[in-house]
Structure formats: C-alpha cells, structure tokens
Design a protein around this ligand. Structure first.
Ligand code: NAD
Length: 272
C-alpha cells in the first residue's frame, strides 16, 4: 500500500506533483540536488496551499536536498530530460530503497524501455506522465514497458485516481500518446515563423481563436523550451529522423540563449 510518495526534481513538474500527492492524503517528500530549487518549490507549494486554505496539507510535506532522505513506497522522478541523469538517479534510489518501492518516471519522451535496463527491479518501474500544471491538469499517462508488472501498473492507476486524476494506460513509444500527437502543433508553428510567413503572436492568436487553450508559443514557454526541445529531439531520433519531425533552429536558439520560458522570465514572450 502506498503511504509515502517521494518526488525527485523540484522544478516546474516536481513541485506540482508533490503538492498533488500531499493534497491526496499521501506523505510527500520533495527532493532536488539543488537546495535553491527545493526552497523555490517549497515556497510555491506553501503559497498555493495557504491561499486556498489547505494549511492542513502542509504537515504532509517534507523537503530535502539529501537523496538518502528519499525513502518512499513510490518515487516519481521529474528531473532534467537527460537519460544519463535519470539512470544515475534511479540507480541511487534503488540502492536507498528496496525491491518493494515502485520507481516511476515523469519523462515526456525518453524511452522507458531503455531506462528500465539499468533498474534492478524493472517489474516495479513504469512511466507516470503528468501534464503541466500538474495540480490542474487531469490527465496522467501510465506507461508500461514489456517488463512492468501488472500489479505495479494497477497501483499507479489507483494512485492517480486517488489524486483526482484521469489515468490512461499506454505502452512505451516515442512521445507516448500526447507528445506524439502534439509534436506537429509546435513544429509546424515554428516552421511558419522560420519561413517568415507570420509572427509568433499571430500564430498564438489564431490558434487560440480557433479554440486551443494556448497557442503553440505560449504553451512552449509554459512547458519550458529546454524540455520541449529535448522532447522534439528524442521523438525525432526515436522515429528514425523523419524530416517532418526535425527539431527547429528557432527553439534550439532559445535554449542556447537560456530563454527557457516562464521559468527563466523570458522565452518567446517576457514574464515579470
Ligand atoms: N515542463 C513540462 O511541461 C513537463 C510536462 C510533463 C513532463 N515533464 C517532464 O518532467 C521532467 C522535469 O521537467 P520540468 O519541466 O519540471 O523541469 P525543470 O527544469 O523545471 O526542473 C528540473 C529540476 O530537476 C533538478 N535536477 C536535475 N538533476 C537532478 C538530480 N540528479 N536529482 C534531483 N534533481 C535534479 C533541477 O535542479 C531542477 O530543479 C522532465 O523529464 C520533463 O520531460 C515536463
């Protein structure tokens, strides 16, 4: 039975997931290697909980930059989108915890099958892909590899439901369901801008006017351009480099400049 949920990475996604876990009644531990990010995550969670009068939830949250404190029944990894960093983290987590702990990755696009190869108990490993912002978005993709145990998947589905989410099962594939289907939304928008046919604001305005909640550029700024670019690159590679999925130089330039979107105050737009 899941009582404690560890969340690794206190950035955009990790802090939201820890908040959701604590609000669902679990004891949540938020861990990040960077103590400043732990503090930032803590401040944003506490501000939100206090503003919504959920102060009872505060006592169910612990914060740490010490990985040995990351002991839980379920650990959800939400660190940078780099396979080596994730594999290294899972290796440490498997050592600190035992074979009964479920390890889940919130990766948007990396191969879970490849990640599972370095995990000592692959039957206790799966994807648990939340959407941004995690406290608001209902969908969670629960992603299995060929080695994931059925009991593990069922536990993740039950946890997602307990969090008030709508879990959808899917098999490991480039971009799973949403990031696979949505890739052209971003890429074709950047292509139009690259070709000088239209500007960024106009694309967003038009797409929002047709009913999309957010235009592609505003959405990429929300997601984080580094994350979105990493997803584009890994889906492109995993699909055998088709021209239609080629990552955009516009986005690569944003990443190089450090204009990552809302989290850095600047992306395609500026944020105060
Ligand atoms: N941003 C999105 O919209 C979104 C949506 C769904 C899934 N994801 C996925 O969630 C993960 C995190 O994305 P994000 O947007 O929250 O990133 P982010 O850049 O906001 O935060 C990443 C955090 O990970 C920390 N970190 C880096 N290496 C670490 C390590 N070894 N141990 C612990 N912490 C470490 C960093 O200090 C940083 O605080 C990625 O795998 C991404 O693909 C992102």
């Amino acid at each position: 039975m899941i009582k404690t949920i560890g969340v690794c990475g206190a950035g955009t996604m990790g802090s939201g997931i820890a908040q959701v876990a604590a609000m669902a009644g679990y004891h949540a531990i938020l861990f990040d290697v960077n103590a400043a990010m732990v503090q930032k995550g803590r401040e944003s969670i506490e501000k939100w909980l206090v503003s919504k009068n959920h102060t009872d939830v505060l006592s169910r949250l612990d914060y740490t930059s010490d990985i040995t404190a990351c002991k839980a029944d379920l650990i959800i990894e939400a660190i940078i989108e780099k396979p080596e960093a994730k594999q290294d983290l899972f290796r440490q987590l498997a050592e600190i915890n035992g074979p009964t702990t479920i390890l889940a990755s919130n990766t948007s696009s990396l191969s879970l099958t490849a990640l599972a190869e370095t995990i000592p108990y692959p039957e206790r490993f799966a994807g648990m892909h939340f959407f941004n912002p995690a406290p608001l978005m209902k969908l969670v993709e629960v992603v299995s590899t060929d080695r994931t145990g059925e009991d593990t998947l069922q536990i993740l589905i039950d946890v997602a439901k307990q969090m008030g989410k709508t879990p959808v099962r899917c098999k490991d594939a480039p971009g799973f369901i949403v990031n696979h289907v949505a890739r052209p939304y971003y890429l074709e928008a950047m292509r139009l801008v690259e070709e000088g046919l239209v500007d960024i604001e106009a694309v967003d305005q038009v797409m929002e006017a047709t009913g999309f909640r957010m235009g592609p550029f505003r959405l990429m700024d929300l997601i984080g351009n580094d994350i979105n670019y990493a997803v584009s690159c890994s889906v492109y590679e995993a699909m055998g480099r088709p021209q239609r999925l080629q990552p955009s130089p516009i986005q690569e330039a944003k990443v190089r400049e450090g204009a990552l979107g809302r989290k850095t105050g600047k992306g395609y737009y500026r944020y105060e």
